[in-house]
Design a binder for this molecule. Structure first.
Ligand code: NAD
Ligand code: TYD
Length: 352
């Protein structure tokens, strides 16, 4: 089976590529990625020589390029992760999110349909699996959880673009019979995440004695999942989920930002041999994010009950592993923040 994974050089995508390349030697994994600021092939050095792996540099927004690619490789299935993914960037540059997340997704759907079916019949191997976020459901008050049936109510340009792409994927199923799956996952954390998101940014800043910019009072709540557990959930849904269905993914792990930051600071004090309380002093309350969603919490009992998926680590274990990874991979952190990897790979894969 030829499986196209888009966005495989990014944070979650690189974990998904690694998982599939290693676990399914009889599949050929094609990783299509534009290598934006968030995509780094350095994330995949351990699998780049594998005989069942091919990297393709390219932009999902480029309609004719995507059509040619499907015609050439005849992918059997798609796991689609490529996207602009940071809420703060979506507030300052929303059109980039419309292009990558909405137009890019529709390009992939159109080419998959052209390749897979002219007459509404699809092969049993064909799956278009869209990786999405719980942010499409909007924001919660202090109680309740998102279910698969919760109405979409996206608030940020990022979540609006992901909600839109989810709707297009579902529309291709309803209108053209496309075999699709969608999963909506809570906030991920782990190795290889670009240090603009909360956890890697704060590890980086604590290490360098820089202020920790907490938006508002820091009382907003997020539900955190270890990225490797997300990759396993994606595998579980890809192979076992029902066509046409949506699955929520999350590990019942809600944290107020400020409590999470204090835990992170206390682990960092130990790792860096600092007096307890040293890192916390870097906390600086800054202006709140525009339209900041109050609380996310996800009910993943459908995935747990139907497909028997469970997270493998507690948050304390996962966070410590994550901190250890960033502390021992200082070169990665320096290179992604300076653009050094981008320059290297730009030369290696000349621009189309
Ligand atoms: P990321 O920003 O780390 O990686 C995105 C990848 O997509 C990068 O490698 C980038 O180069 C690539 N990309 C962007 N635009 C592209 C384009 N036009 N053509 C080809 N490639 C392009 O993102 P992530 O955090 O790994 O998220 C991956 C997916 O998972 C996204 O669809 C995101 O919406 C979804 N998701 C993320 C989270 C999270 O907590 N990070 C949670 C739930 C769902
Ligand atoms: P983030 O990692 O950007 O993910 P998302 O916005 O998709 O949930 O942010 C997680 C939470 O941390 C969110 O409530 C915003 C907050 N936050 C800060 O307080 N300071 C920061 O510098 C960042 C990046 C996020």
């Amino acid at each position: 089976m030829n499986v196209l994974i888009t966005g495989g050089a990014g944070f979650i995508g690189s974990h998904v590529v690694r998982h599939f390349v290693n676990k399914y030697p009889h599949y050929h994994i094609f990783n299509l990625d534009k290598l934006t600021y968030a995509g780094n092939l350095e994330n995949l050095t351990d699998v780049e020589q594998a005989s069942n792996y091919t990297f393709i540099k390219g932009d999902i927004v480029d309609t004719s390029f995507i059509a040619d690619l499907f015609a050439k490789y005849k992918f059997d299935a798609v796991i689609h992760l490529a996207a602009e993914s940071h809420v703060d960037r979506s507030i300052s540059a929303p059109m980039e999110f419309v292009m990558a997340n909405v137009v890019g997704t529709v390009n992939l759907l159109a080419s998959a349909r052209d390749t897979w079916s002219k007459d509404g019949q699809y092969d049993a191997k064909n799956i278009f699996y869209h990786i999405s976020t719980d942010e499409v459901y909007g924001t919660l008050g202090d109680t309740g959880k998102f279910l698969e049936t919760t109405p979409y109510s996206p608030n940020s340009p990022y979540s609006a673009s992901k909600a839109s792409s989810d709707h297009f994927v579902r529309a291709w199923h309803h209108t053209y019979g496309m075999p699709i799956k969608i999963s909506n996952c809570s906030n991920n954390y782990g190795s290889h995440q670009f240090p603009e998101k909360l956890i890697p940014l704060f590890i980086h800043n604590v290490k360098n004695n820089k202020p920790l910019p907490v938006y508002g009072k820091g009382e907003n709540v997020r539900d955190w999942l270890y990225v490797v557990d997300h990759a396993v959930a994606i595998d579980t849904i890809f192979h076992g989920g029902t066509l046409g269905d949506t699955y929520n993914i999350g590990g019942n792990n809600e944290w107020k930002n400020i409590e999470l930051i204090k835990l992170l600071c206390s682990i960092m004090d130990k790792k860096l041999d600092r007096e307890p309380g040293t890192s916390e002093k870097l906390i600086t309350h800054v202006q709140d994010r525009a339209g900041h969603d109050w609380r996310y919490a996800i009910d993943s009992s459908k995935l747990m009950d139907e497909l028997d998926w469970r997270p493998s680590v507690t948050f304390e274990q996962g966070l410590e592993k994550t901190i250890d990874w960033y502390l021992t991979n200082e070169t990665w952190l320096n290179n992604v923040t300076s653009g050094a990897y981008q320059n290297y790979y730009k030369q290696k894969y000349s621009e189309r």
